[in-house]
Write a protein that binds this ligand. Structure first.
Ligand SMILES: Cc1cc2nc3c(=O)[nH]c(=O)nc-3n(C[C@H](O)[C@H](O)[C@H](O)COP(=O)(O)O)c2cc1C
Ligand code: SF4
Ligand code: SF4
Length: 262
């Protein structure tokens, strides 16, 4: 394949983006980042893309870990899409810096906004507003595909200065504590023991014990478990019981399963 697109997603926005971009680019392979332990691209791959959600105003640790294991090909054309809820902040600049440490050049970085999946702060908002996000995202994906196809370079999108100044500190402060934030998850409602939460977790942080999920302190905070639970019985902190769940309407839960369906 000419292009390989590595993606990471909690609620499908990044997967939908990766699919739409792959369709526009043509001859593109989609690979889930956490399925690759040692990312090697085919010898005919000339463009390598990363599509992932912004977490806490920066690059999620799963993506940073993936970068460490990914095969480095300094001559290739690298691009990225930071999928977010409206505040991309410094994420793509941070990614550019991380890649530069490995002598890789991030040629293009695109900021695409979607409904936010950060349920501790509330639901995804009215359906009409969500549709507007999807329509604008589709347009942005088309223009990004043109940019990538013509191998342009230099565009690294970023949020306003106040965002970059204020929130970069939050990212640094919280980065090391993300893993144990799963202590805030609990069951309040009827768990049907369906196992979906266990199967969607990208880092195997959940096991079912006596038919109920147990979190093991190695969380990425992708929020897939709480957002995809069909019984809506997983809660985070005290407020989420009253909040609407979200996933991209064109992505299905099985698209996120770590292991294929038997
Ligand atoms: C832990 C966490 C932190 C987040 N931090 C940000 C943020 O700093 N800025 C932002 O715009 N969106 C933030 N979001 C929202 C997601 O980036 C956004 O909803 C994205 O579209 C989710 O993509 P996905 O469906 O592929 O997981 C955050 C979401 C989570 C779960
Ligand atoms: S997804 Fe929800 S209902 Fe299914 S096992 Fe997990 S907590 Fe229980
Ligand atoms: S425990 Fe839940 S929030 Fe944490 S990484 Fe797994 S699915 Fe994502």
């Amino acid at each position: 394949m000419n292009t390989v697109l590595y993606y990471y997603t909690g609620t499908g926005n990044s997967l939908w983006t990766a699919r739409a971009l792959a369709e526009k680019l043509g001859d593109t392979e989609l690979v889930q980042m956490h399925r690759m332990t040692h990312g090697t691209h085919g010898s005919e791959t000339h463009a390598i893309g990363l599509v992932f959600p912004v977490h806490i105003w920066g690059v999620p640790s799963l993506v940073r870990n993936f970068l460490q294991t990914m095969e480095k090909r300094p001559g290739a054309y690298y691009f990225a899409v930071a999928v977010n809820g409206g505040q991309v902040s410094r994420t793509l600049i941070q990614l550019q810096e991380l890649m530069a440490e490995d002598n890789l050049t991030l040629s293009a970085g695109f900021d695409i906004a979607f409904p936010s999946n950060y349920i501790p702060w509330g639901g995804p908002g009215p359906v009409e507003r969500q549709r507007k996000f999807f329509a604008e995202a589709a347009e942005k994906i088309s223009s990004a595909a043109e940019y990538i196809s013509s191998r342009k370079s230099g565009l690294i999108e970023k949020g306003p200065l106040w965002q970059r100044v204020l929130f970069t500190g939050f990212y640094k402060m919280s980065y090391n504590s993300v893993k144990t934030l799963d202590k805030n998850f609990h069951i309040d409602g009827t768990c049907s023991s369906c196992g979906i939460c266990e199967r969607v977790c990208p880092v195997k942080n959940i096991t079912l014990e006596a038919g109920r999920p147990v979190w093991h302190g190695n969380c990425e905070q992708c929020l897939a478990c709480i957002q995809w639970c069909p019984e809506q019985c997983i809660q985070y902190g005290k407020k989420t019981k009253g909040y609407e769940r979200y996933h991209h309407p064109e992505v299905k839960v099985k698209d996120l399963f770590r292991e294929p369906l038997l």
